[in-house]
Design a protein around this ligand. Structure first.
Ligand code: ATP
Ligand code: MG
Length: 569
């Protein structure tokens, strides 16, 4: 048996920590950086955030929260060609929605352009950087391979004077884009390819969304990121595994500027990859630009804004991230796990209501034509504090077309001629007949009701096998439902590089159903983001497009996971 340890010191509780938290706890315990903890989340404002970014956000902000540190939001805006303020705004909104706060610590890599430029000048003067007049193709061709050393550029040994002159003129706009770059002079034979004279600066003439035309040269990621961390006082720079080979270069440039009192440290974890979707911003942008989805916040997109619009809750996204955890090796996570987390949270918080997706009229022939009564519906059986609401009942109601069968098989527990079912929250009814049109389609179902079986009366205890949802025909409100399915028809689109990813899109990822019937309470409370469970159907929320008189509901997710089953058939 394990004896629980008594923790009577000020030491940080280290059990149950993930490996990044463990590193942070150790650094804090060792008194590194004066006991300070400062992380950062560094998005490039070149697209909307997706669920992969949510994983990074939960790590960066989460670890800071856990150990009483702070987390900066730093826009990594070093490439004006692809960046835009629209993205800056959306990123802010998405982080807030997830429930994290950067306070007044909002920074931009572009704030450090002057300091980075000065550092570049210093490195040129120290003979540690040079201007290369070759094209990027020529430079790439000289890089060598991990086993074959690279070849020196013919411009590698230019004089300091010439390098200074050329770099300054690059920044004044005297040269064309692509005609020259500034490179660090490190080691063309290094076993780490990133050390083979990496590019520090390139010429870009597109105006920057914050600095306008002040700069004509822009720093590369490797020359900007670590130094930005340092300038900001970041202690733990947590990123994804593809940056492991960049880490020595990160440390190399930090060595150029740091003193002993403090240095930032890069730590890497595995990216989030999800089945039936793509996570590349380039591909997501393409889907948006080519109209293959309806914008970045299309509810089928793996973006945070798409998930919000679809009705996913922040808690469900965070719970999912907790569930998958952080490791040192790449994996592909099942979207079913995310959907499980969504159902789990919605079951707790969604308000129950009645909606009929494929209505057929049902007339209760022994119920007075001019009568309406109100029946009481629980808002959420999972949450007693959520109360109840009233729903009208009358002689004519709608039920789901497939809840009735004229010639039912043996185990059909819904409505059939001569059979009985309970109308949820109301009465037990018995089917006495049907009407059909010339083509044999059922246009009306006739029933009688038993007045003794109203909810709350002793007769309601009578056992019947089926319970149906329904809405009163005279009171029902018409609405449109948008039903979403997986964006891609293929489990791992990235596993098929030979196929254009657009050809793997699921053609049935959006189905629009007009003329669904919802109870008045749903119509009155159709506020985007408010979660509902349409009883027996699934979870829904109003779309921002929804208007009184033109209601639109997004299906967040069906009640049960039918996909996995269907795939196995
Ligand atoms: P780009 O190719 O445009 O750089 P990116 O997905 O890396 O795309 P960034 O804006 O640079 O986008 O990412 C910000 C942060 O989010 C980085 O620290 C990055 O490591 C992290 N991140 C991005 N994608 C994922 C993912 N799928 N899983 C976990 N973290 C991610
Ligand atoms: Mg990136």
């Amino acid at each position: 048996m394990e004896t629980p340890e008594v923790n009577n010191t000020n030491e940080v509780e280290t059990r149950g920590l993930n490996f990044v938290e463990q590193i942070v706890a150790d650094d804090l315990a060792a008194g590194k950086n004066g006991g300070r903890l400062n992380t950062r989340f560094p998005p490039e404002p070149n697209g909307y955030l997706h669920i992969g970014h949510a994983k990074a956000i939960c790590m960066d902000f989460g670890v800071a929260e856990k150990f009483g540190g702070t987390c900066n939001l730093r826009f990594d805006d070093t490439n004006p060609v692809k960046e835009d303020v629209e993205y800056v705004d959306s990123i802010r909104e998405d982080i807030k929605w997830l429930g994290f706060d950067w306070g007044d610590r909002e920074y931009y890599a572009s704030d450090y352009f002057p300091k980075l430029y000065d550092l570049a000048i210093r490195l040129i003067k120290e003979g540690k950087a040079y201007v290369d007049d070759q094209t990027s193709e020529q430079i790439a061709a000289q890089k060598g391979t991990p086993t074959v050393p690279g070849v020196d550029s013919p411009f590698r040994n230019r004089s300091v004077q010439e390098n200074l002159d050329l770099f300054e003129r690059m920044n004044r706009g005297e040269f064309d884009e692509g005609s020259r770059v500034l490179r660090a002079k490190i080691d063309m034979a290094s076993s780490n390819m990133h050390f083979r004279d990496p590019i520090m600066y390139r010429i870009i003439k597109t105006p920057h969304h914050r600095t306008g035309t002040t700069w004509q040269v822009y720093p590369m990621y490797d020359f900007a990121h670590g130094q930005s961390d340092y300038f900001e006082g970041v202690t733990h720079s947590i990123c994804t595994l593809e940056f492991v080979p960049h880490r020595p270069l990160y440390d190399h440039f930090i060595d150029e500027i740091a003193d002993e009192s403090y240095r930032p440290r890069q730590i890497e974890f595995n990216r989030l990859n999800l089945t039936y979707t793509v996570m590349s911003k380039r591909k997501l942008l393409q889907l948006v630009n080519e109209g293959l989805v309806n914008g970045w916040d299309d509810p089928r997109m793996p973006t945070i804004s798409g998930m919000r619009r679809r009705g996913y809750t922040p808690a469900s996204v965070r719970n999912f991230i907790d569930l998958i955890g952080y490791t040192k090796y790449e994996a592909l996570n099942s979207i079913s796990l995310l959907e499980h987390a969504v159902r789990d949270d919605l079951n707790r918080v969604a308000t129950r209501g009645m909606a009929v997706m494929d209505p057929v009229k049902l007339v209760i022939t022994n119920y007075p034509a001019d009568q309406t009564e109100m029946v009481e519906m629980e808002n959420n059986p999972e949450d007693p504090a959520s109360g109840t609401h009233q729903m009208p009942f009358s002689r004519e109601i709608y039920i789901e077309r497939d809840d009735f069968m004229e010639n039912p098989p043996k185990k059909f527990f819904r409505l059939a001629p001569g059979g009985e079912v309970r109308l949820k929250g109301a009465y037990i009814i018995k089917c006495t007949g049907v009407e059909k049109d010339a083509d044999g389609n059922i246009t009306e179902i006739q029933c009688t009701y038993d007045p003794e079986t109203r909810s709350g009366l002793p007769g309601s205890m009578r056992k019947v096998k089926g319970t149906l949802h329904w809405v009163s025909a005279a009171h029902a409100v018409d609405a449109t439902a948008r039903l979403y399915d997986r964006l891609f028809a293929v489990e791992d689109p990235s596993a098929h590089p030979e196929v254009d990813f657009r050809e793997m899109l699921n053609p049935a990822s959006l189905r629009v159903v007009e003329g669904i019937k919802v109870e008045p309470f749903l119509a009155e409370n159709a506020v985007p983001g408010r979660p509902f469970q349409f009883q027996r159907i699934g979870y829904f929320t109003a779309d921002p497009d929804s208007r009184p008189g033109a209601l639109v509901f997004n299906r967040t997710i069906a009640l049960k996971d039918s996909w996995e089953k269907a795939q196995k058939k």
